[in-house]
Design a protein around this ligand. Structure first.
Ligand code: GLP
Length: 279
């Protein structure tokens, strides 16, 4: 638990660099990294770029696999995950373009695209470290579950103040990649129809217009994430606190796909103080 999202990013980037350097990747033995998109990993990517510029790490022998991509969004659309990754990370480091794998949401045969993605992961020996984020709870979560007090963003250390009635309910979410509530915990890379709540949540990237948000995506499965030898889950912000509670404090449940990580033998959660509000 760190004080803020920048510190989370700083720790995570330094951890990834340490893992890559300890592994000592070569052309024959590359380091395989799973990567997310979204606002959560941005501080990590920023710090990774800095560490690369300071010559603390090279991505020459790093192979990456991204978690997900929208279906039907042109590859060069500013909100495609392809654009996101190149703008925010890949173009600033020495990764070889052929080593950066992102699902093609415009493939003629989407099923074959998903199968080929899994086969590629398998062919390089599986994912060494999977970096992941989770989605927020789909309604504004502004009271603490336990105390029923409003969650006020207060200066660190956090404070909770007087109780008031809970204005909004909490719905299921906490998806990992695009594994929406109800996804099989054994799922593999596949086509997924996005939950209405996800479409609403992601409308912020599409001029707040839900009609512009793609309704389908390709995503690694929960099983794909679970197969990685290590998973690093990043959770920042009070809007993720209920999802974090569900991820680590309640039972493993396919309605909260992030909770599957409880069964992972080597998973670490890196979060900020705000995200711990419901713990
Ligand atoms: C999308 C992605 C998820 C990501 C989530 C949260 O739904 N498919 O992989 O975890 O957004 O994004 P943010 O980090 O911006 O909250």
């Amino acid at each position: 638990i760190y004080e803020n999202k920048d510190q989370v990013g700083c720790w995570t980037a330094n951890y990834i660099v340490r893992r890559i350097n300890d592994f000592g990747p070569t052309a024959d033995k590359p380091f395989v990294l799973g990567l997310p998109t979204g606002s959560t990993p941005l501080p990590t990517y920023r710090e990774l770029i800095k560490l690369y510029q300071d010559k603390k790490v090279s991505f020459e022998h790093v192979i990456t696999f991204n978690m997900d991509e929208y279906v039907g969004l042109p590859r060069d659309h500013p909100e495609s995950y392809h654009s996101f990754m190149w703008t925010n990370f890949f173009k600033h480091v020495d990764i070889k373009p052929e080593n950066a794998h992102i699902l093609n949401g415009n493939a003629d045969d989407l099923k074959a695209e998903c199968a080929a993605f899994e086969a590629k992961i398998h062919a390089v020996g599986g994912i060494e470290l999977f970096l992941a984020g989770i989605s927020k709870t789909h309604r504004v979560q502004n009271t603490c579950l336990k105390t029923r007090s409003p969650l006020i963003r207060a200066p660190y250390p956090r404070t909770l103040v007087v109780a008031m009635p809970r204005p909004l309910g909490i719905g299921p979410d906490g998806h990992i990649a695009f594994n929406e509530p109800g996804s099989s915990l054994a799922s593999r890379t596949r086509i997924k129809t996005l939950a209405y709540d996800t479409i609403v949540a992601n409308a912020r990237f599409f001029d707040n217009d839900i009609t512009k948000v793609p309704h389908m995506a390709l995503t690694v499965g929960v099983g794909t994430v679970m197969d990685a030898r290590e998973v690093c889950l990043l959770v920042t912000g009070v809007h993720k606190s209920f999802a974090l509670h569900k991820a680590i404090e309640e039972g493993v449940n396919h309605m909260w796909t992030c909770s599957a990580l409880q069964n992972h033998p080597n998973a670490v959660v890196v979060c900020d103080e705000d995200a711990t509000m419901e713990l």
